[in-house]
Write a protein that binds this ligand. Structure first.
Ligand SMILES: [Mg+2]
Length: 233
């Protein structure tokens, strides 16, 4: 019998992919990049993505703030495509503001939280930026469901480090065996939960194959399966 349910946030409860795309579309439109001769959205996206991934991946080691990650990513992308890189600073600021205030929700997320809220204490463990995660949850009307948020950049701990899972379990005053963690990543969520001795429910909406190395306790394809699964325990 679980006494608390913890969730990953991005692409488990909140649709990061849609939110990011939406905020980027609107930032590009606001700064009238589409009106620049030769600007192509798909090309911009395909150049931006790996540049941004590199800065994001290196940000902790290089001690780069998220505002710099975005500024540098837009700057390098614009320069590589032959556009004025000085647009990058206002573009990055607009994008970040829009992203923090955009909330696309995964299908069934509101319902599962509404159903579980009051029955279990609920928490979030997210490898994200606190400013964005807190603002997005608020925008989506979901912040009130959670007793605790454990967000990597605020804690200096990143999944799959078991320490962030251990901190969460201790904050709830529970034993590891009394907590269930739900997430969409085998790499960060499953490995971290397993290292910490917490049962893991793999949320796998597109039905990705699960290798033999990974043996989550539960696997669900829709969030509504989670409430049914808990009801039957
Ligand atoms: Mg995720």
């Amino acid at each position: 019998m679980y006494k608390a349910i913890l969730f990953d946030l991005d692409n488990t409860l909140l649709d990061y992919t849609s939110s990011e795309l939406d905020a980027m579309h609107r930032a590009i439109a606001q700064h009238r990049l589409l009106e620049l001769g030769g600007f192509e959205w798909e090309t911009f996206r395909s150049v931006f993505a790996p540049i941004n991934w590199t800065y994001w991946s290196e940000r902790v080691e290089r001690q780069i703030h998220i505002s710099q990650v975005l500024h540098f990513s837009f700057r390098d992308t614009l320069a590589q495509l032959g556009f004025d890189p000085s647009l990058s600073d206002p573009l990055a600021k607009t994008y970040w503001h829009l992203f923090c205030n955009t909330c696309h929700v995964m299908e069934g997320a509101h319902h599962v939280l509404l159903t579980l809220h009051g029955r279990y204490p609920l928490g979030i463990i997210s490898n994200g930026i606190g400013e964005a995660q807190r603002a997005r949850l608020k925008t989506g009307g979901m912040d009130h469901y959670f007793d605790h948020l454990f967000i990597s950049d605020e804690m200096g701990l990143w999944k799959p480090d078991r320490a962030i899972f251990d901190s969460a379990v201790h904050a709830f005053g529970l034993d590891h065996s009394e907590v269930l963690f739900v997430g969409d990543s085998l790499q960060d969520d499953y490995i971290g939960a397993e290292r910490s001795g917490i049962d893991f429910c793999y949320y796998n909406p597109v039905g990705l194959p699960i290798g033999e190395l990974h043996q989550p306790k539960f696997a669900i394809q829709s969030l509504s399966e989670l409430t049914m699964m808990l009801d039957n325990r």
